[in-house]
Design a protein around this ligand. Structure first.
Ligand SMILES: O=c1cc(-c2ccc(O)cc2)oc2cc(O[C@@H]3O[C@H](CO)[C@@H](O)[C@H](O)[C@H]3O)cc(O)c12
Ligand SMILES: O=c1ccn([C@@H]2O[C@H](COP(=O)(O)OP(=O)(O)O)[C@@H](O)[C@H]2O)c(=O)[nH]1
Length: 483
């Protein structure tokens, strides 16, 4: 047997991730922490990722990320399939083709799959647990959103609490461990007007058969979401092992290499530009890898940035599937009129940007990875959530973590530039700004503690490794034990 194969056979964990950058990177970082405790790790994801990595690097696709082997399976669709317009079809085909394609990948790469310690999956590919069962391997899930979302979905899809319906769309939702939530604070997938039928179906199936997952790990930390984590102990515990962000953001050894994939090439020139700006002066603006803002909202942000006359760095990622209505495009006047004020890039080295001393605050869509990276950088946020978990993440920022303000939509769903300007001034100067900055710095310090030796997340990783390797309990499929 070849040496690589031999290695694959012993103490091996296979991670399986959905094709989104925001799902793969936390998985890889979990992998890195397992590897630090002597586990061999591989990550399987869909072909589209290989394709994007290839385009982004210009070279051949890497088959390893700092010691983690990358494997790819087909989602059953062609690489240029417009999943955005046809999200339900995409999720349906992935759910149908994914299991057999992943199963074939396992057969091909492991001479004795049964020897795998476990498969670790994420909530968008829950069927991985069935593939694990086929080979008699235990399965864990890494919940890649806040633990609050885990609690909300669990209670919603097991019908443990009342949620808005078509007849009562405006009801206030009260859940243990969480503040009262209005409909604009709830994840879009639980609302009666959610256009994507595939997600309620996926989550409702997932949360009704949680026993398939022997462990639920979370990309969060106990001190950040204490109450809601405690509230799940009696139902189905989640063990936070985050924040799964680059080690440099956690004050860990600068030598430690990050484990992540880059699906888009980042423009490093913005770091040089940042270096020329005064400390705590720059507004950083980004909406992540998936959101494309309507033209009207691009216009409102552009006007606000120009009017506040402060330096800015704005990531405007060209839409993957462009539309004729100008969505995701800068207004034509913007670059010329702000050329001495700020920078626009197509994709930034975001974690380097957030931790740069020139950056003062972040206008964000509230993707969970972006939020964790901001928490670890100790700066305040301006929340402008769009869909999925983002509205709830915005609620957490404002009312639980107290590290930011939220851009409120008008009745017609649009935003005005004045509202954005007001939010910017609020986080930049005055007593509110000062308090937010203090809270943000305190959370940053907390985040560094939990991942250090003996911290709550480090302990949860240690326990998990002990359990999968059978050091402290048998691999008997017994129920998830709490934290
Ligand atoms: O419905 C979705 C579809 C896709 C997607 C579908 C096909 C692709 O080739 C790539 C991405 O990604 C997603 C990523 C998501 O999570 C993104 O990642 C973070 C961690 O879950 C979240 O906090 C962010 O809010 C969120 O944008 C959520 C989705 O509903 C989707
Ligand atoms: O210009 C950018 C914008 C985003 N990101 C990274 O892309 C990820 C986005 O994940 P998130 O969960 O915030 O949002 P999503 O893209 O999944 O909606 C984060 O790790 C960011 O650091 C980046 O590197 N450059």
């Amino acid at each position: 047997m070849a040496q690589a194969e031999e290695k694959r056979e012993e103490n091996h964990v296979l991670l399986v991730a959905f094709s989104s950058q925001g799902h793969i990177n936390p998985m890889l970082r979990l992998g890195k922490r397992l590897a630090a405790r002597g586990i061999h790790v591989s990550l399987a994801t869909t072909e589209i990722v290989r394709h994007r990595m290839l385009k982004s690097s210009g070279a051949g696709p890497a088959d390893h990320v700092t010691g983690i082997e990358l494997l790819f399976f087909s989602d059953g669709l062609s690489l240029d399939y417009d999943w955005k317009t046809n999200l339900d079809v995409y999720m349906d085909i992935l759910g149908k083709q994914g299991p057999s394609n992943l199963s074939a990948l396992i057969k091909e790469h492991y001479t004795s799959p049964k020897k795998l310690l476990c498969l670790v999956t994420n909530p968008f590919v829950p069927w991985v647990s069935d593939v694990a069962a086929e080979y008699n391997i235990p399965c864990a899930m890494l919940w890649i959103q806040p633990c609050a979302l885990y609690a909300i979905y669990y209670r919603c899809f097991n019908k443990l609490s009342a949620f808005p319906t078509l007849t009562d769309p405006d009801m206030i939702v009260e859940l243990p461990g969480l503040p009262s939530m209005e409909k604009e604070d709830l994840p879009s997938f639980v609302l009666p007007n959610n256009p994507f039928g595939s997600f309620p179906k996926l989550f409702s199936e997932l949360f009704q058969v949680m026993e398939k997952f022997k462990w639920v790990l979370g990309n969060s930390f106990y001190e950040l979401e204490k109450h809601v984590i405690d509230s799940m102990c009696e139902l189905y515990p989640i063990r936070p092992t985050g924040p799964l962000v680059p080690p440099t953001l956690l004050g860990q050894d600068q030598e430690l290499e990050d484990a992540s994939v880059d699906m888009w090439k980042s423009d490093e020139t913005c770091i040089e530009w940042l270096t020329q700006q005064p400390p705590s002066s720059v507004i950083y603006v980004s909406f992540g890898s998936i959101v494309v803002l309507p033209a009207k909202q691009m216009e409102a942000i552009a006007t606000a940035l120009k009017n506040v006359k402060r330096p800015f760095l704005w990531v405007v990622k060209p839409p993957e599937f462009p539309t004729p209505d100008g969505a995701g495009q800068l207004p034509s006047w913007f670059l010329e009129e702000t050329k001495d004020q700020g920078q626009v890039v197509r994709w930034s080295p975001q974690t380097r940007v957030l931790s740069h001393p020139a950056v003062a605050c972040f206008i964000t869509h509230c993707g969970w990875n972006s939020m964790l990276e901001t928490i670890c950088s100790g700066i305040p946020l301006i929340a402008y959530p769009q869909w999925t978990d983002q509205p709830t993440n915005a609620k957490l920022i404002v009312d639980v973590f107290k590290i930011g303000v939220r851009i409120k939509k008008e009745g017609d769903g649009n935003i005005s530039s004045e509202v954005i300007e007001k939010c910017i001034e609020e986080v930049m100067v005055g007593p509110v700004a000062e308090q937010l900055r203090k809270n943000a710095m305190a959370l940053k310090a907390e985040a560094q503690k939990v991942v250090a030796a003996g911290g709550s997340s480090d302990e949860n990783i240690r326990l998990f490794v002990e359990e999968i390797t059978g050091d402290s309990c048998k691999k008997d499929g017994s129920r998830n034990v709490g934290i």
